[in-house]
Design a binder for this molecule. Sequence first.
Ligand SMILES: Cc1cc2nc3c(=O)[nH]c(=O)nc-3n(C[C@H](O)[C@H](O)[C@H](O)COP(=O)(O)OP(=O)(O)OC[C@H]3O[C@@H](n4cnc5c(N)ncnc54)[C@H](O)[C@@H]3O)c2cc1C
Length: 382
Amino acid sequence: MFELTEEQQAALDSFRRFAQKRLRPAGDLYEKAGRPPSREETIALFREIEPFGVLGALVADGDGGSGIGMVTLALLVEEIARNWLGFAFTVSIQAAGAGLVSALGTPEQKARLLPGILRGDVIPCMGISEPEVGSNVAEARTRAVEDGHTFVVSGQKLWISNGDIADFVIAVARTGERELSYVIVEREAHGFATRPIAKMALHSTYTSEVFIDGARVPKANLLGERGKALKQTVKLFERPRTLLCMCAVGVAQDALEQAVEYAKARRQHGKPIAGHQTIQNYLAEMATGIHAARLLGLRAASMIDRDQRCDMEAAMAKYFGPEMAVRATSAALQIHGGFGVTEEYRVSRLFREARIIPIPDGTTEIQKLIIGRALTGVNAFN
Ligand SMILES: Cc1cc2nc3c(=O)[nH]c(=O)nc-3n(C[C@H](O)[C@H](O)[C@H](O)COP(=O)(O)OP(=O)(O)OC[C@H]3O[C@@H](n4cnc5c(N)ncnc54)[C@H](O)[C@@H]3O)c2cc1C
């Protein structure tokens, strides 16, 4: 079902080599240092991956993108995550941001923002969540109050990926009592402040608080139709959810490879532990789960490429992939025994990292509600 074209396979092979050689050691360095790459370092890394078409994958040729599409992007994101999950988050936001501006932007917005996003030196972030608003986006409190030709935007956004290095935030804001819209708030022109959030893992990617305090934003910075943010969010979440599934596949694949290698080398009871049935059970469950999640992710990706609605398929991928990665990284750690909990072995880091993926872009619980709603037609959210 997912036979790659010769071109796709060649692109994937060469990217795989690049990711192993360049991204893996870089990720290890930043994780060890406990900090993300600076803005300048991130831009330099974006420049290195740009020739593979990653950043412009969801942007059509006409808008300056590579147009390689969602399936190829999904496979490339898996390769990044297999070597450096933190950077897979950073890249996914950049690529999804480019796709969002391309899909919803006016010709002026596209001309002004897209070239920089695609080069990697203009960085967007997505501001949906707030301190009091997580799973229920409809309750967003950030306000964009009309004043002549401008909106005056005020509010706080929380958990914003790439926030600290972002040039602009695409903020979900209330443009009327019952109206949610996307507003582009630019750091330099309109002003917003950010603060990094310390996490239990994924130290090499920014997760930030964003404070917008009376920013005067021209009405021309409305992204997409006024009052349609919720509707657009439902559709546009399909992409990041699918990419997060592929992040989960990548990190689980990394864990599986570590576990196989360790199981073949470690001897107990007179033979390599790989020769014990229970260990093979673990490995078989991991490998099967990874394969299943990859297929779910690629299924949603191919529907996105064909412009088919796939909120249920993307929800299945986002539910199953991250939960699978939590189980797989836990099994990999178990296979390593005591060594698994040390920093000397990679699996302890992968275990902590995987645990984060079921939360962003709609938790596992929310994905199941989306699937249930699609199956029954009954909304069980409230
Ligand atoms: C690393 C990371 C990166 C992120 N990046 C971004 C970003 O770039 N932009 C952005 O806007 N946000 C981002 N987020 C925020 C993320 O999308 C939210 O954390 C997520 O949507 C959950 O919201 P919450 O944390 O407020 O939890 P809550 O909504 O408060 O949920 C708490 C718990 O209650 C459950 N729950 C809630 N409602 C229901 C219900 N109706 N039925 C059953 N269970 C329910 C949830 O599943 C969860 O287990 C990021 C988060 C993380 C951790």
